[in-house]
Design a protein around this ligand. Structure first.
Ligand code: COA
Length: 233
């Protein structure tokens, strides 16, 4: 089941909101998603798949062409809000922003905030949340010059706590009493960002980086070089 991680766009917002409603009790108005994507268009990411989504493609086409109400309504049920577009299904997202609190001190360091993160249940424990988070942290640091990033997490949320504290090395700053509407306490967490450390290449299995100078042809197998020499233009 191949999954792509890419930057979130306006077209993804409804699906992100749907996933948020599905996975978390902390929900936001649609305009708050728009505020994120319009203000910090490079900070949020989605995980999507094109695997096993053919059925819906038929649904969209039929829906567009059908004038029969009963057919339309049965097809409409196929128009699952998980689908960003025909053939592409959203399976996870991270919604991130810069801290723009006007009450913050003028000389305070630029800092980012993770507003929301979730992965659909069948796609969990595959490393998607870690990848989404690493992309967002890198973007906040490189693009928006955030020096640190903060977030809140429920004390009972073992999965998220493991991800933030153990995998991504966030530190727990404090416990915020009754932070959530149901009265649960939150850990306020923070991570200092280092752009070089966060480079996506550091987390892609292979540590080999292109130095943009080496001539690849020098190291290619002889057979390949012969093949290249035979090419005539
Ligand atoms: C929390 C959540 C985003 C994790 O997503 P995920 O894609 O399954 O996480 P990953 O596969 O990237 O796992 C990252 C790490 O967390 C660990 N982890 C994931 N789920 C876990 C669980 N249920 N219990 C303990 N550890 C867990 C993984 O083992 C991995 O650890 P490792 O780096 O030591 O191997 C997902 O469970 C989710 O969407 N939960 C509901 C929404 C939510 O709680 N969001 C966070 C709000 S603050």
């Amino acid at each position: 089941m191949p999954v792509t991680i890419r930057r979130a766009t306006i077209e993804d917002m409804l699906c992100m909101q749907n996933a948020n409603l599905h996975n978390l009790p902390e929900n936001y108005l649609f305009k708050y998603y728009m505020y994120h994507i319009l203000s910090w268009p490079e900070a949020s990411f989605v995980a999507t798949t094109t695997d096993n989504v053919g059925d819906l493609e038929v649904g969209f086409e039929e829906l567009a062409s059908s004038s029969n109400n009963s057919t339309s309504s049965s097809i409409a049920t196929k128009c699952d809000p998980c689908y960003v577009r025909s053939g592409e299904k959203l399976v996870g997202y991270v919604l991130a922003k810069m801290n723009d609190d006007p009450s913050a001190q003028q000389d305070a360091a630029l800092n980012g905030h993770i507003t929301s993160l979730s992965v659909m249940r069948t796609y969990r424990r595959m490393g998607l949340a870690e990848k989404l988070m690493r992309q967002a942290l890198f973007a906040l640091s490189e693009v928006y010059k955030a020096q640190y990033v903060s977030l809140h997490v429920r004390q009972s949320n073992r999965a998220a706590l493991h991800l933030y504290r153990d995998t991504l090395e966030f530190e727990v700053l404090s416990v915020e009493k009754s932070y959530y509407l149901d009265g649960e306490d939150a850990y306020a967490m923070k991570k200092v960002l280092d752009t070089d450390e966060l480079l996506p290449a550091n987390f892609q299995g292979s540590k080999v980086q292109d130095d943009l100078e080496s001539d690849l042809l020098q190291e290619s197998p002889e057979s390949l070089q012969e093949g290249i020499q035979q090419i005539t233009v």
